[in-house]
Design a protein around this ligand. Structure first.
Ligand code: ZN
Length: 287
């Protein structure tokens, strides 16, 4: 059986047809329209991808279990959009709507770097920080479907202003865009490539970035005690310099680190397709 999964991003919608093992058999990308035209575009993409018997939609924002987008800072005009109910009645098939980072985390857990584990934390670093939590072999959604918003965990009271309107959120300090700020404006890829060439200034920036990253991961590990922490996003390409810095800081920042097994920190395996694959798998499971 194959299912269609569409990952709705701030600039493009990425659709895939995936089989039950998460293998992608077809793919399609379209620019993201204004929220008012989003539902028509998603129905059209589903048709163009062969009209699978179940459809999954991943969206960047808060989504209810019924599939209503409550808020999304990265989608223009998105507020109370009934994506799930309207697509279900338009297409007459099961439609599952989930947060995009939760979907990506699900893919890494089912068929990627966290497969085979029961307790995993998946952290994706991009413009912001997205995440997903698997505990006891179950994806955690919380009481209202809003669990896993780890990027908006406050790591510095009265810190830098965030897109969410509050201050000091973790994603202002440890996301891809935060790396650029920490380096004084140098793009993240350049910081990493210089660090991989051994340049001291860039190695110091990577170390500072790893420290901010571990401030969040240490708190999450203290709460959740995961077996594995999967790190996704462009930073995976610089794993050879980033991982040693993360290991050092996590050991230093974790509660009682001498007396406990520490989580294994691993790079994500599925790349930018994780969100679309994950939402296709979730839709197949829910159908
Ligand atoms: Zn925030």
């Amino acid at each position: 059986m194959t299912t269609v999964g569409i990952d709705v991003g701030g600039t493009k919608c990425h659709g895939v047809v995936a089989d039950e093992k998460g293998a992608v058999v077809a793919e399609l990308r379209r620019p993201t329209p204004h929220a008012g035209e989003l539902i028509d575009l998603l129905a059209e993409m589903h048709r163009e991808l062969g009209g699978g018997s179940a459809l999954g939609i991943g969206v960047p924002g808060l989504v209810t279990p019924e599939g209503i987008i409550k808020a999304s800072p990265n989608l223009r005009g998105a507020h109370d959009i009934e994506v799930g109910p309207r697509l279900r009645s338009a297409l007459g098939i099961p439609v599952h709507v989930e947060n995009d980072a939760t979907s990506a985390a699900y893919a890494e857990w089912r068929v990627g770097a966290a497969r085979g584990t029961d307790d995993a934390l998946i952290v994706t670093l991009g413009t912001g920080i997205g995440g997903g939590v698997v505990m006891g072999g179950q994806l955690q959604r919380g009481a209202h479907g809003f669990a896993g918003e780890i990027g908006h965990m406050v790591v510095e009271a009265d810190g830098i202003e965030c897109v969410c309107g509050r201050r000091g959120c973790w994603e202002r300090y440890a996301s891809g865009s935060a790396l650029k700020r920490l380096s004084g404006g140098m793009p993240g890829e350049e910081v990493f490539s210089r660090a991989m060439n051994g340049e001291e200034g860039s190695l110091a920036v990577v170390d500072d970035f790893a420290r901010w990253f571990c401030i969040g991961v240490a708190s999450l590990t203290n709460v959740l005690d995961p077996q594995v922490v999967v790190v996704g996003g462009g930073v995976v390409d610089a794993w050879s310099v980033l991982h040693p810095a993360i290991a050092r800081w996590l050991d230093r920042l974790l509660y009682s680190s001498d007396n406990r097994p520490q989580p294994t920190v691993r790079p994500a395996e599925l790349g930018p397709r994780a969100g679309a694959i994950g939402i296709a798998l979730l839709a197949a499971d829910a159908a």
